[in-house]
Design a protein around this ligand. Sequence first.
Ligand code: ATP
Length: 202
Amino acid sequence: MKFTQLRLAGFKSFVDPTELRIDAGLTGIIGPNGCGKSNLLEALRWVMGATSAKSLRGGGMEDVIFSGTDSRPARNHAEVTLVVDNSDRRAPARFNEHDTLEVVRRITRGKGSGYTINDEDVRAKDVQLLFADAGTGANSPALVRQGQISELINAKPENRRRVLEEAAGVAGLRARRREAQLKLNAAETNLDRLLEIVEDLD
Ligand code: ATP
């Protein structure tokens, strides 16, 4: 699964629709201070399902919307699209007939954010699992924030293990296991209740 294009509109400093082609191999972003390099990485994290304001350097989720400048008014809407080449068919079965996936996240002031994959409404969890299974995602160690290396060196072993799990592409399994465990607990509770009813009937 390869990222081929990133499109932004109204996201942080990228107020006008902006399209970036992502070629094979290593991608570097260069430019003067404050031109929006980190905002681009944040757009990538955001569209992959980032929920933590810390990873997006903002106070609240709406801080990703263009907040205006002296010459331009603020926007009420932000949108990021990540185009993914799925010709290696690594996407979950539900999306796997497509060669190309367009993952879109939109946010509107006061209304929260939502996601689509190829125009189909999906949950945040669907998007997070899609990228986690591909060994990437909003917390991927492939996206290196300023200060992240020293954070990693000082991290507790358990947190460092999570980074390795993300890199190995097994983070999605951990999320699915938690979901399965919750379902199992609910089923056990139902079974206990059923046994009590059966006992009462005897
Ligand atoms: P540096 O090289 O100094 O780390 P950078 O190229 O990574 O800079 P960013 O930190 O990505 O730059 O961009 C900072 C710019 O984005 C600032 O000018 C800031 O005002 C602007 N910015 C951030 N959030 C918003 C927002 N919600 N609306 C408008 N502009 C924003």
